[in-house]
Design a protein around this ligand. Structure first.
Ligand SMILES: CC(C)(COP(=O)(O)OP(=O)(O)OC[C@H]1O[C@@H](n2cnc3c(N)ncnc32)[C@H](O)[C@@H]1OP(=O)(O)O)[C@@H](O)C(=O)NCCC(=O)NCCS
Length: 184
């Protein structure tokens, strides 16, 4: 569903720029390639690294060429003031129901609750403003910090079999879900 169709449903027409105090989330642009590449190079075994700054730029150019709210992965950056401190990837769903997110912080930005705040900020926007039914994140069972971040942000462990099949959750992975409340 592209932006025009989304607007007819009363939803937003462009990707959001969000803020919580001095923490901001905005769409990544091709000129952010070096920052994005640097953040990803510290994600350890939990995220696939970007091969080079040029590869990162190509991916961001391809994402920027897509209309907002067309299905697929989009990249957002987390900023503290003017400093890029992390990223959040968002997979917009073909059917406008469940989005998937993934995230990381630069090592220097860890241990201060920034990921939890960012995940909550984007998750709430997706449910309350974009009208999705839910936001999921899939983590490795051994990634205790990520699982703690998700629970603190309001994405709880979820055993829904249909969601496990849809998101191809593997035995060593865990699916977390933030669902829209029934009265929303
Ligand atoms: C996941 C990540 C963003 C967390 O960063 P952070 O929010 O600064 O995390 P913290 O170090 O503050 O840890 C968050 C919480 O988990 C706890 N924690 C840390 N390691 C843990 C572990 N191995 N097991 C259980 N809990 C753990 C911390 O104590 C903290 O709890 P608290 O808020 O009650 O103090 C960061 O580690 C990162 O970028 N990792 C690499 C990429 C990644 O794993 N991304 C997730 C893929 S879905």
């Amino acid at each position: 569903m592209v932006a025009e169709a989304w607007a007819k449903r009363g939803g937003p027409v462009k990707w959001p720029e969000l803020a919580d105090g001095d923490l901001a989330i905005r769409p990544a642009r091709p000129e952010d390639a070096a920052d994005w590449h640097a953040i990803r190079s510290h994600a350890g075994p939990w995220q696939s690294p970007l091969q080079s700054v040029a590869a990162a730029r190509e991916l961001l150019q391809a994402m920027a060429a897509e209309p907002p709210f067309s299905p697929g992965w989009r990249q957002f950056l987390l900023l503290e003031g003017q400093t890029v401190v992390g990223d959040i990837g968002l997979h917009w769903p073909a059917h406008g129901d469940y989005a998937e997110i993934g995230f990381e912080l630069a090592p220097a930005a860890r241990g201060r609750g920034l990921a939890q705040r960012a995940v909550r900020l984007l998750g709430c926007w997706l449910l309350e403003s974009a009208g999705l039914l839910g936001v999921v994140a899939i983590t490795h069972h051994d990634n205790g910090a990520a699982r703690a971040v998700l629970v603190e942000a309001g994405l709880l462990p979820c055993s829904d079999a249909a969601l496990h099949v849809r998101f191809d959750v593997q035995p060593h992975e865990r699916l977390h879900l933030m669902a829209r409340s029934a009265d929303a």
